[in-house]
Design a protein around this ligand. Structure first.
Ligand code: LLP
Length: 413
């Protein structure tokens, strides 16, 4: 459920008309709903309330400080993948003791920063990374808490670009090698085994691979405990899908049941790394119609947001519903909704059936709260969009539109 809805013939975010935001802030602009963000986090927290759980919101999905602060205030921890994400979490007032550090290529300086901050654990993805973490830990005179991210070799049945749990992927350590690595870590004075971790992919719409993966890593967790490792945390990753158009992902309750049924009697604190499910449907991208154009083959609607602002359609052929903020009456026609970027893949919506639109009309690209602004770039030297957070009847700019001079900051002619 989200708090974007039609009222008096126009689209609103909570109690604010989107047209008012566009007038005040311009376009393209990402608009997030605080009530939706809070609600989504609350649903996840309550679905897992009967077991000890740390929810670690996956910062890469939407790393705006206001979003991080809102989640932190509501009790969330964070899943980070870089020093930059750690710095954002700390700048937003997040609790480092609820931070897990994921990612396949951490540098020594990033490990050091995270150790100094006192994070919950590192999710380690290779033998060489484990050796480096040990060296960094010893240099700082501490034991670095870690989990191995184990690759359970299951097919997540999602887009091949965002599946990570097959043994052909770069992620995690092979399941068969995990026990030997944990044993090695016993002799490494800069390390302390704290958990086991897995993450099989993103935009999962089927609970079965989740069950399969967690059953496998849960078995490994139990085996390691039997061997005397003082493990306390089982990290089951993120990945729960959302509805962009017709997908029917499991609800959070069903997902929780799948996770809990596959990890019974483990006596572990669960770590969750949800990203998309918390933020995707809490955000829209507001854009204006620049021009209409008709060729012999197609009709095009050229808007002022492009693939640099929202990369998902160009990169994954991802579908986002696109609606007029104030729909006009009239017969529908099929059109390509495209951005201004000089690439043929700069298509936000392919073959969309739309009621009449005119120059200057506002559109909302829906479900854009996850992997929208966080993947935006300045390609074609386009300033990145502004971001706005709506809370009830109020809204505020939580990131100013990038200014032209910022485009060449640090360059020297
Ligand atoms: N944990 C780890 C280790 C991850 O790699 C990811 C996402 C998550 C958690 C959060 O997954 P989520 O709950 O958001 O599915 N840019 C792509 C998605 C890439 C996901 C990368 N990893 C997209 O726009 O669809």
């Amino acid at each position: 459920m989200n708090h974007f809805h039609a009222r008096r013939g126009s689209l609103w975010a909570e109690d604010v008309p989107l047209s008012r935001i566009a007038e005040a802030v311009g376009t393209p602009t990402y608009v997030y709903s605080a009530a939706t963000l809070r609600r989504h986090l609350g649903v996840v927290q309550s679905a897992f309330a009967r077991v000890p759980t740390v929810v670690c919101y996956s910062v890469k999905a939407n790393s705006n400080l206001a979003v991080l602060k809102l989640f932190s205030d509501a009790g969330s921890g964070f899943d980070i993948v870089s020093h930059g994400e750690l710095a954002r979490v700390l700048a937003a007032g997040g609790d480092p003791k609820k931070v897990v550090f994921s990612g396949v290529g951490k540098r020594a300086d990033e490990m050091e920063a995270a150790l100094k901050a006192g994070i919950l654990m590192f999710n380690v993805e290779s033998a060489e990374e484990l050796a480096l973490l040990d060296r960094v830990g010893r240099r700082l005179g501490v034991r670095a808490p870690f989990a191995l991210r184990v690759n359970p070799d299951v097919d997540a049945k999602t887009h091949r670009y965002i599946a990570t749990g097959l043994k052909t992927s770069k992620f995690g350590v092979p399941f068969e090698e995990a026990v030997a690595l944990y044993k090695q870590s016993r002799r490494m004075k800069g390390l302390e085994a704290r958990g086991v971790d897995c993450h099989i992919g993103s935009q999962l719409t089927d609970a079965r691979p989740v069950k399969e993966a967690i059953t496998r890593v849960g078995g490994l967790y139990a085996e390691l405990k039997r061997q005397g490792f003082p493990l306390t945390h089982l990290d089951v990753g993120g990945g729960l899908g959302v509805t962009y158009s017709k997908e029917r992902p499991p609800g959070v309750e069903d997902y929780a049941r799948a996770v809990l049924e596959s990890s019974p009697h483990l006596d572990a604190t669960l770590v969750l790394e949800p990203g998309r499910v918390l933020v995707a449907n809490a955000g829209v991208l507001l854009t204006r119609v620049l021009f209409r154009k008709k060729t012999v083959a197609k009709r095009f609607l050229i808007v002022d947001a492009g693939m640099n602002d929202l990369l998902r359609p160009a990169l994954y052929e991802a579908h986002h519903d696109i609606v007029a903020v104030k729909p006009r009456r009239g017969p529908k026609t099929t059109m390509e909704i495209v951005g201004p970027v000089c690439e043929s893949t700069d298509v936000l919506g392919h073959a969309r059936s739309m009621a009449p639109l005119e120059q200057g009309d506002l559109l909302a690209v829906k479900s854009a709260g996850a992997y929208g602004m966080s993947m935006a770039s300045t390609y074609n030297s386009r300033c990145r969009p502004a971001e706005v957070l709506v809370d009830g009847g109020e809204f505020r700019v939580v990131r100013k539109r990038e200014a032209l001079e910022e485009l060449w900051r640090g360059e020297s002619p």
